[in-house]
Design a protein around this ligand. Sequence first.
Ligand code: ZN
Length: 152
Amino acid sequence: MRICDRHGCDQPGNCPAPKSPNSPDRWYFCEAHAAEYNRGWDYFQGLSAEEAAAREASERRTSAGYAQSKHQAWAGPGDGTRSRDEMRALDALGLEPDAEFDLIRATWRGLAKANHPDIRPNDPEAATKFQQVQAAYEVLRAAEERRSWKPE
Ligand SMILES: [Zn+2]
């Protein structure tokens, strides 16, 4: 039976561990020492400088890509970051997803005026529309406020 390669250990060594990346040479550890070895495993050990640099660059690209998509959340309307609530609200106002806030406000004013209870008394359809338009504008106005706040 194979014994753990860790110096001084006499447990059965059933867990192969590569001596270095891309190397066919293996240590054989017991479970406890295999776990210890894996924790201390140097990710870059045994790679050529060029390979290590390439791996590091590709990992930095991944995290930079993430940082960039987080930044886009602050970029403003029309960039595809609208929430589902905002999309529903825009739909209620009959606007496109990339509508600027000025257009949203103008459309809201027009629709709110046209469906206002003072203008269309005893008109349940207008009353419902008026409420929808008010709720939609509230969602979009709040989203615009969140967006125009710039982190320092
Ligand atoms: Zn061991």
